[in-house]
Design a protein. Structure first.
Length: 401
């Protein structure tokens, strides 16, 4: 898979897409506005870059990206392309039996790269299990993300080295961890902030509601970053909530804002605003990045069973990588030499990821029985013996017994 095939193909425009000039959108509140590129049936959100790659102004959030340089814009594009290339390689590796499972981030690159680049080194990040782009921004080697999905370790990196917590499989629990950490920051008198990532499905979990309660009451410096990719596995968002997700924050007493999750500039600006607000001691913020999961929930899922191809195709027209590339080209901020070099770098990354994964050891089949109980347990011993006999049966079959 090349950069051209993933990032530069021409999108198929949906019938409802309009240009920024024709939309004539006006801000309806400090936290959310009508997208210049959407129809009346689509949600209000903060947008700085339309699906057509046109820059639009926003009085509230423009100051947070006003000083961005062409080099930094190219950096954002590079981040998105390379994280997508890594993600595609991991998906291929799972299909070839090298990984047990993989949760793809395809389509969510802008939400992750924009928010990830908004953080400071001293901020602390609590991801779920799909934040591969955020991990890239925090300096975690992408190959370190794969050990857990191959079954050879329980994480693969030291969380304190990059202030990036290990992936959390239990849905929504990392928001409680983030809230507690943020409360600790306040007691320590530090001016750093915390950001917790979760999806629209996790927003229905009780842990997330408890996190909202505690963070509001204790004015914790935490940003809750919800990537609303429209589907909690096969459950659409409208089956989970009667109001837009960002509005839930109002009931807990802190601001919520919905941002175009396929607009890397808007995600960068809104997250910077929310993090700075937290550092000033103004408490939590809920950011809902309205985006789309282009692929499956995980490689064990078949999205064709529950969503229409037309829906996916309409979101392909809003591809976050193509959007920024169009803007870079129109603004003369990047030439063909840049894209060619990036394509070569992308292929080199894919090759390195494949080589590293294939060099990893096979998982220890008996490791699952270790550390279950501090002093051991008769039932675990029995299960270990049964599993050993099961494994030995394969060897017996190979010997023709």
């Amino acid at each position: 898979m090349t950069v051209e095939s993933t990032a530069a193909r021409k999108p198929r425009r949906s019938a409802g897409t309009k240009s920024a000039a024709s939309a004539g959108a006006k801000r309806t509140s400090p936290a959310a506005k009508k997208s210049p590129g959407t129809t009346g049936a689509e949600p209000e959100l903060v947008q700085l870059l339309t699906p057509e790659g046109e820059r639009v102004k926003d009085a509230t959030y423009d100051p947070y990206v006003a000083d961005i340089t062409p080099d930094e814009l190219r950096g954002l594009y590079r981040d998105m392309v390379l994280s997508r290339r890594f993600d595609a390689e991991a998906t291929s590796l799972q299909r070839q039996g090298e990984l047990g499972l993989w949760a793809s981030m395809l389509g969510q690159e802008a939400a992750q790269i924009g928010s990830g680049r908004a953080t400071r080194d001293d901020d602390y990040v609590f991801p779920t299990y799909r934040e591969h782009g955020v991990a890239w921004c925090r300096g975690v080697d992408p190959t370190n993300l794969l050990g857990m999905f191959r079954g050879v370790n329980n994480g693969g990196w030291d969380p304190n080295t990059n202030n990036f917590h290990l992936y959390t499989i239990v849905i929504g629990s990392q928001t409680l961890h983030a809230t507690g950490y943020a409360m600790g920051i306040t007691k320590d008198g530090a001016d750093s902030a915390v950001i917790a990532y979760f999806g629209d499905g996790a927003s229905s979990q009780g842990d997330v509601a408890e996190s909202f309660t505690f963070s509001a009451v204790y004015n914790a410096p935490v940003v809750f970053f919800c990537q609303n990719n429209q589907w909690a596995i096969s459950e659409p968002t409208e089956k989970q909530t009667r109001v837009p997700l960002y509005q839930r924050a109002q009931g807990f007493g802190f601001p919520g804002v919905r941002v175009d999750g396929n607009d890397v500039l808007a995600c960068l600006a809104v997250t910077k605003w929310a993090l700075e607000r937290a550092r000033r001691g103004e408490g939590p913020t809920l950011v809902e990045a309205y985006t789309y999961r282009m692929g499956a929930h995980t490689t064990s899922d078949d999205p064709t069973k529950y969503r229409a191809d037309e829906e996916r195709e309409s979101w392909e027209a809003k591809d976050p990588i193509l959007r920024l590339r169009t803007y870079l080209e129109a603004s003369n901020h990047a030439d063909e030499g840049f894209f060619a070099e990036l394509e070569a770098e992308s292929e080199a990354l894919g090759k390195r990821v494949r080589e590293v994964v294939r060099a990893m050891p096979d998982p220890d089949h008996f490791a699952i029985f270790e550390n279950v109980y501090a002093d051991g347990h008769a039932l675990v011993d029995e299960e270990r013996a049964q599993f050993a006999a099961y494994q030995a049966s394969f060897a017996d079959e190979g010997e023709g017994k």
